[in-house]
Design a protein around this ligand. Structure first.
Ligand SMILES: Nc1nc2c(ncn2[C@@H]2O[C@H](COP(=O)(O)OP(=O)(O)OP(=O)(O)O)[C@@H](O)[C@H]2O)c(=O)[nH]1
Ligand SMILES: [Mg+2]
Length: 420
């Protein structure tokens, strides 16, 4: 089974908490703050691997979680950073955020490593909160927590030339003749069940060709296997339309040609607009010559009569492919969207009121930041908390919304009564 679209879950590591500790010597219980910073959480990366062909290994929804950072230590020791998580995908895998649909990246080159989610920062140890006025801070900062995210991985193979045509037309035979690829070839329909890629070399030049399962009428709407594979030729630069010109299956070659082009057009404008060369295959079969002539009359030149089994005529076809490719821009990765799994802005807050209970809820990046930094039973810390609420305009905004004396305000895990 060929898998080319899967859902996975990733999570970068949480930052380790900062340490709250004091030096202790023999005889001195409290020798000054020495709590170290927490370690940074590990990042999650994706890397391109040319030796992978599909997304089969992810089919049950793999999870890629980076390690959390360790807590800071006493004696100013930093917590160890969490290990990164790196997973490999085939080239041509487009990585999307499920929630927003945004494209994080298109993994295009072998060994190319892309950051998907950054690990949380470690919290600062209490030693870092020492000031001229505050010699013994009894609090440390918590590590930054990260969220898991669901990603969609979708493989769209990267090739310059896509081979299309009815089943049994000889697409795989042609690929095997012009490249080192060894796709399965047989005299029945749907021999090819997944895309095959081959590097075609000729006079020091090369391009990548992709062979997909045969298309039939209705492929664009899902008939046969075609539909699922049309996406794999969407990002090719041109097509070679392979036609059984011997009419060995009782079909008319020109009708085949029209039908397949109709399917391509129904699937997407982009496919229909791709430059296309016509390869009339199986010219060795008796009667083919006559069909080539008739085809030319209807369609005009250029068409390329070939015999894929022997390779006859394929040289001229390849030269023509290079000539067309020379006129086209190089293939490019799908551009990524402007997107990052960001921490919310620490200036951002939202106010909601539960009218029935008469309770105010403050949420947002500012609240998350405060939760990391505030230790409730520490007076210094509470002073800081109140100052931030004033400085960032939370108090003002609450008043504007009509907060009254003694109303309950819930701010993350903190609950207090409003006092002027
Ligand atoms: N006589 C003759 N037979 C050919 C030629 N090219 C391919 N064939 C035969 O046609 C049959 C189908 O070839 P494939 O290459 O598997 O065809 P395909 O288009 O890849 O077929 P699907 O993968 O099913 O879509 C095989 O029996 C081939 O040997 C040719 O040039 N001449
Ligand atoms: Mg085939």
């Amino acid at each position: 089974m060929f898998t080319d679209k899967v859902k996975i879950t990733i999570k970068s590591g949480d930052g380790g908490d900062g340490m709250n500790s004091f030096k202790s010597f023999k005889g001195f219980a409290n020798g000054g703050p020495d709590g170290g910073d927490g370690g940074k959480g590990g990042d999650v990366y994706v890397v391109g691997d040319k030796d992978r062909n599909d997304l089969f290994e992810f089919r049950f929804g793999a999870k890629f979680f980076a390690e959390n950072g360790e807590r800071g230590g006493t004696n100013n020791r930093f917590g160890k950073g969490g290990a990164d998580k790196v997973f490999a995908v085939p080239l041509g895998t487009i990585v999307r955020d499920e929630e927003t649909g945004k494209i994080l990246c298109d993994v295009y080159e072998d060994g190319e490593k892309k950051l998907l989610a950054r690990g949380g920062n470690g919290g600062k140890g209490n030693v870092r909160f020492t000031t001229a006025r505050r010699h013994a801070p009894h609090f440390a900062q918590k590590g930054e927590k990260t969220q898991p995210h669901t990603l969609i991985l979708e493989l769209k193979v990267i090739a310059d030339v896509g081979l299309v045509g009815f089943p049994n037309a000889g697409k795989s035979t042609l690929l095997s003749k012009i490249s080192a690829a060894r796709p399965k070839i047989a005299n029945y329909h749907f021999t090819t069940l997944s895309p095959n890629l081959g590097v075609v070399r000729r006079y020091e030049r090369s391009f990548v060709a992709a062979d997909i399962p045969g298309l039939i009428e209705g492929a664009a709407e899902g008939a046969g296997l075609g539909h699922a594979f049309l996406r794999h030729i969407e990002r090719t630069r041109m097509l070679v339309h392979v036609i059984d010109v011997s009419g060995s299956e009782g079909r008319d070659p020109y009708e085949d040609y029209v039908k397949i082009n109709g399917e391509l057009a129904r699937y997407s404008e982009k496919l229909a607009a791709l430059p296309q060369l016509v390869a009339l295959n199986k010219c060795d079969v008796y009667g083919a010559e006559e069909n080539v002539r008739a085809f030319r009359e209807k369609c005009g030149d250029p068409v390329f009569p070939i015999t894929a089994v022997t390779g006859e005529g394929t040289g001229a076809l390849l030269d023509a492919c290079f000539a067309v490719l020379d006129t086209l821009p190089p293939a490019e990765p799908v551009p990524a969207d402007e997107f990052e799994y960001d921490r919310p802005s620490v200036d951002e807050f939202f106010i909601d009121k539960d009218e029935e209970e008469n309770v105010w809820y403050v949420t947002g990046g500012l609240v998350d930041m405060l939760e990391r930094n505030v230790v409730l039973n520490d007076p210094d810390s509470m002073a800081y908390f109140q100052k931030v609420l004033r400085d960032k305009g939370v108090i003002k905004a609450l008043k504007k919304r009509g907060v009254a004396e003694n109303d309950v305000i819930v701010l993350g895990g903190v609950e207090f009564e409003f006092k002027e």
